[in-house]
Design a protein around this ligand. Structure first.
Ligand code: GLU
Length: 276
């Protein structure tokens, strides 16, 4: 008798470079958690950045994952093929008055930027410059960025499976740790936050395993899930691998690529042993 699969995890790489040890460690944790729960592990190709996503990086990554011993269940979900789904979600947000057009230039945004913490994400706390009144509604127009309106002063909390209780304040400036964030870009593509929230629900993901640099993104995605009526999965963020000097691997230009180690003669077992 087979029992129904209750755990669904996912790997969600962006094919914008070679897989390095830091990603591999997170993916290994994701794979181990799915395996120990006798669950499924899906793969989503987050290729919505046309400037940086390259098919050759996808091919290299698939090969590196297989070499490392990470198996995932096909079919691969490809975000660039799902734009209509994300657009429908944006329209739902616009209808509810929860998203608005933002015409701030890169320069305007730079002026709002506080130096991001090294382990944090890079999205500055938006000061609300383009925020319309709460009763305002808009349709979708091309060539414009759209932001999600966060509830001012609200605390978004969740319990991370690895790091325990987390809580971040939403709002425009002040004490807020995150503000109105991008959901749609003027090139007609969704932001990472929107595509991720929509897809984790569409793929019935029950637990998201990813690096701790995305902790704050989790609160943004929880807000999107609530606004779109989607379920919130469990979250398990992983510690980021650092080099001997304590620098995050992902921040190093020469972050150790898995295939470099492989060319140097490392075995998959030796690489996995580094993940502890
Ligand atoms: N594509 C994202 C990245 O490579 C990961 C997103 C996620 O796991 O939610 O950083």
């Amino acid at each position: 008798m087979t029992s129904a699969v209750t755990y669904i995890g996912r790997l969600a790489p962006s094919p914008t470079g070679l897989l390095h040890l830091g990603h591999a460690a997170t993916f290994w944790t994701a794979s181990e958690r799915a395996r120990s729960a006798a669950g499924k592990l899906l793969l989503r190709n987050e290729d919505t950045d046309p400037q940086r996503a390259k098919p050759e990086f996808l091919d290299a990554m698939l090969e590196d994952l297989a070499w490392l011993g990470i198996a995932w269940e096909p079919p691969m979900v490809v975000q660039s093929e799902r734009i209509a789904l994300y657009r429908a979600a944006l329209e739902q947000l616009l209808d509810a008055g929860l998203a608005y057009a933002c015409t701030c230039s890169r320069r305007d945004l730079q002026q709002m930027t506080q130096a991001p913490h090294e382990d944090d994400d890079d999205e500055p706390v938006y000061n609300g410059r383009c925020r319309p009144s709460a009763t305002w509604r808009s349709g979708l127009q091309g060539g414009i960025n759209y932001r999600f309106r966060v509830p001012d002063g609200a605390r978004i909390s969740f319990v991370d499976g690895n790091f325990g209780p987390q809580s971040y304040a939403a709002g425009c400036g002040g004490e807020a740790s995150f503000g109105d964030f991008l959901v749609w870009r003027k090139d007609g593509l969704p932001s990472y936050q929107l595509a991720c929230a929509v897809d984790d629900a569409a793929m019935h993901v029950t637990e998201v395993v990813r690096g701790r640099d995305l902790l704050k993104s989790t609160t943004r995605q929880i807000l999107l899930q609530r606004a779109l009526g989607l379920p919130t999965p469990a979250y398990f963020h992983t510690e980021l691998l650092r080099d001997a000097a304590g620098v995050r691997l992902a921040k190093r230009h020469n972050a150790l690529a898995l295939r470099t180690l492989r060319q140097q003669g490392w075995s998959p077992e030796e690489v996995r042993a580094m993940f502890g």
